[in-house]
Design a protein around this ligand. Structure first.
Ligand SMILES: NC(=O)c1ccc[n+]([C@@H]2O[C@H](COP(=O)([O-])OP(=O)(O)OC[C@H]3O[C@@H](n4cnc5c(N)ncnc54)[C@H](OP(=O)(O)O)[C@@H]3O)[C@@H](O)[C@H]2O)c1
Length: 170
């Protein structure tokens, strides 16, 4: 069974994007993203792929679009949730890397969320949907290191989906 995880960074106001780009530059988070996703399939929306501008190395890049003619160099192009899940079925863990439209599409089937929380407002134009409190448990929080290159207060959070069996125990 493939575990589906979301990996995303958001600001205080739930911003994840602005003008089809990231609203911040946080190199430590990019390094962590690379380390966590390396070797695994990554699933993204067409807008996020175009914002990145290339296929990310060492990972099977899957790009979702409704356009049957769309092609993306070095990527598998899919057109539905089902087709995407089929494309990752041999992986132990696959990562949904955004943007917001694609996160919304896969949220119900996601088991884990790697969320980088940046403690600042960015007035973006794309936002992470609210997580239903009763569905998600915060299992780890690791502070990020603020420095000249990473000039924000930020932390790495991991949420796990609360399983029905755990609901009954509590
Ligand atoms: N902070 C972060 O961690 C992070 C991560 C990723 C992205 N971002 C930011 O998020 C923004 C982009 O996010 P977004 O929500 O606007 O776009 P997106 O999710 O990257 O892509 C949206 C596109 O996905 C395709 N799509 C959506 N639903 C679909 C469906 N049901 N079936 C098939 N294809 C479907 C459509 O492509 P077509 O129009 O081609 O049909 C749609 O236009 C950018 O600013 C980016 O920088 C931030």
């Amino acid at each position: 069974m493939t575990r589906l995880s979301i990996i995303v960074a958001m600001g205080k106001d739930r911003t994840i994007g602005k003008n089809n780009d990231l609203p911040w530059h946080l190199p430590d988070d990019l390094k962590r993203f690379r380390k966590i996703t390396m070797g695994h399939p990554i699933i993204m929306g067409r807008k996020t792929h175009e914002s990145i501008g290339k296929a990310l190395d060492g990972r099977h890049n899957i790009v979702l679009t409704r356009d049957p003619e769309y092609r993306a160099e070095g990527c598998t192009v899919t057109h539905s949730v089902e087709e995407t899940l089929q494309a990752v079925q041999d992986a132990d863990e696959a990562f949904v890397i955004g943007g917001a439209e694609i996160i919304r599409l896969f949220l119900a089937q996601t088991d884990r969320i790697y969320l980088t929380y940046i403690d600042q407002d960015f007035a973006g134009d794309v936002f992470l949907p609210e997580l239903a409190e009763e569905e998600w448990q915060l299992v780890s929080v690791t502070p990020g290191v603020t420095d000249e290159r990473n000039p924000y207060r930020f932390e790495y959070r991991i949420y796990e989906r609360i399983r029905a069996s755990e609901d009954r125990r509590s």
